[in-house]
Design a protein around this ligand. Structure first.
Ligand code: MG
Length: 262
């Protein structure tokens, strides 16, 4: 009996040493709030008046007449968003839409309008988004946020002008709901090695209403609602527009064009 005592003491000491390790490994489930940043808020800037028509070498993705360059993401059928009065309005039931064409590096111009009658707050007020490389139905890639940014507080790394939960905009040049606003984006696609590892990261430069909001920002990977970003290998991908599930009035887009870069 006595000879067993040292063995028992040894076993007990192992338990005492290993017990805290188990506690440390049992981490809490990640939440969306874990990756939200609220302060400081980017300064408010009043933009000048004008928007841009497509230059000669642009591929026009939406000219106000039809939605032929776009399909529904969920099944590849004809895009179900509503074309009227030279604009297209989000059909929330129809879901996200994406371009038929795929792109690598590009310059993109997109105009959007949040309805004057918009209701809701924060992320539930005029939420849409431009997925700069939408790499699949359940894989939205890299979202440039579209959201009402006019007196609508939210976490600043998810406000309009943000690369969602990665890049806080350098300023807030939002116009009022009911006014047209313009995004101009330069996208440098990430490149990958054969084994899927990142060779060069993605970069985005973004102007909102003519004001620089992202300056050659290096992305850490895809923009995620929950958790830390990571890259997934792709070569070229469509541009995707978000039909967000919030309950506010649907927003509209017009004058969308793209220039592929060498
Ligand atoms: Mg969005």
């Amino acid at each position: 009996m006595l000879t067993r005592l040292p063995k028992l003491l040894f076993a007990a000491s192992i338990l005492l040493v290993t017990a805290p390790t188990y506690a440390q490994n049992a981490q809490p489930k990640p939440k969306p709030e874990d990756t939200e940043i609220w302060k400081p808020e980017p300064k408010v800037v009043t933009p000048a008046a004008e928007c841009n028509a497509p230059p000669s070498d642009a591929v026009v993705l939406f000219d106000g007449k039809n939605i032929d360059e776009w399909v529904n993401v969920k099944d590849g059928s004809a895009a179900s968003w509503d074309v009227h009065d030279g604009v297209m309005t989000v059909n929330k039931k129809g879901g996200n839409i994406e371009t038929k064409r795929s792109f690598k590096n590009y310059q993109l111009h997109v105009e959007y309008k949040i309805p004057a009658s918009i209701t809701g707050t924060g992320q539930g007020r005029g939420n849409s988004g431009i997925f700069l490389a939408g790499t699949g139905p359940g894989d939205d890639g890299y979202e440039l946020q579209v959201l009402d940014g006019y007196n609508n507080p939210t976490y600043v790394n998810g406000m309009v002008g943000s690369l969602y939960k990665q890049a806080i905009p350098l300023a807030n040049p939002s116009r009022k709901p009911g006014e047209w606003q313009a995004y101009d984006i330069a996208w440098t696609a990430p490149t990958f090695n054969e084994d899927g590892s990142v060779k060069t990261p993605a970069y985005a430069t973004v102007f909102l209403n003519g004001v620089l909001v992202e300056n050659h920002f290096e992305l850490k990977g895809q923009t995620l609602y929950i958790g830390k970003p990571f890259y997934k290998k792709y070569d070229s991908a469509p541009v995707k527009l978000q039909a967000h599930g919030d309950k506010s009035e649907p927003m509209s887009f017009r004058n969308i064009w793209i220039r592929e870069l060498p």
